[in-house]
Design a protein around this ligand. Sequence first.
Ligand code: NAD
Length: 375
Amino acid sequence: MPVTIGALRERAPGETRVSLVPEIADKLAATSVRVLLEHGAGTLAQFPDAGYKTVEWADGDAILAAADVLLTVQPLSIEQIQRLHPGAVVVGFMQAYSHVKEVQALRDRKITSFAMELIPRISRAQSMDALSSQAAIAGYKAVLIAADTLDRFLPMLTTAAGTIRPAQVLIVGVGVAGLQAIATAKRLGAVVEAYDVRSATREQVKSLGAKFVDTGVSAEGTGGYARELTDEEKRRQQEVLDARIAVADAVITTASVPGRRAPRIISRAAVERMKAGAVIVDIAAESGGNCELTQPGQVVEHQGVKIVGPVNLAAQLAFHASEMYARNLYNFLKSAITKDGSLAIDWQDEVFAQSCLTHAGEIKHEPTRKLVEAT
Ligand code: NAD
């Protein structure tokens, strides 16, 4: 039996992305599933209704009631979850840590939910890796914000009015976002330094033509992620980093440790040692911030230094963010859609098994289950 796949206009404040773009709607329609879309769903991402040639249009409530598979960017509200039919599948970012009540509602409504942020970081799943696609956008955009906020050039210029020295940009945290930030700052002509606790990033930083800041501290964790540092390691790291922060014109911070508050890397004292006019763009603003003075969604000015705490940076590049995200969703789903358009999830496949948050009235992701039980 062909399934009905639905997508809605996102309701979360500031969310401009859409989970389904015309290219993917066409691909889904070609597999003989039925595709339902809410009017205006892609408008803010510059995908007008007229571009979707293969979908059926319906209002939000009708889509929630009819969808066997619902594609989302942001977590659904409790009210929306209640309108889904039991056994329906939801695929999107679930943000379980900050949406405990929604997770309970998914469980109680017997919804099968897959969290895009839980898809394993294995080679086979790279084309589904929405954390990476959206982080790359954040890294790129953060540098543009820094460039726009600075009252100086990034590149070196030789002009009739004299020579302009290039800006010094420091990137802290060299994951997906950090690498894209390095590449973007280099393209804009800045002198770029970068730092990460994982020593594996040293070669990556160098290969992008930037200088690696060596603090003598290495913190490889499991699965390629960073582990938490000891107090002594933090102190040593800090001393070296503070000196580099003090001479930077722009600092982009992207450091995070999965499932935890973002590490504090730039103290108030370190900000006070920075040059007047310098800028910090803290991508980790939403998860607590890498800078002590960061306020999510705001620009704080402290002794002439601007600290920008952007939230949902990917939504600021909604067209490409939606395109990449919708492809991630499609690459995830396609192996579960059979020739006749029905859904057959292979629970032996680690990609489905590990990304499943709730199924058949249970919370399948262990850390989330513990969190919900402790609440
Ligand atoms: P992330 O967003 O979890 O963290 C960003 C960076 O912050 C990481 O590089 C981390 O090491 C760093 N960091 C943490 N604490 C720090 C501190 N105190 N000081 C400085 N830096 C600190 O990272 P991510 O972009 O999600 O990538 C995490 C890992 O997953 C990386 O090893 C990456 O190469 C890997 N990855 C693998 C795949 C794949 O194989 N499919 C895809 C994407 C990412």
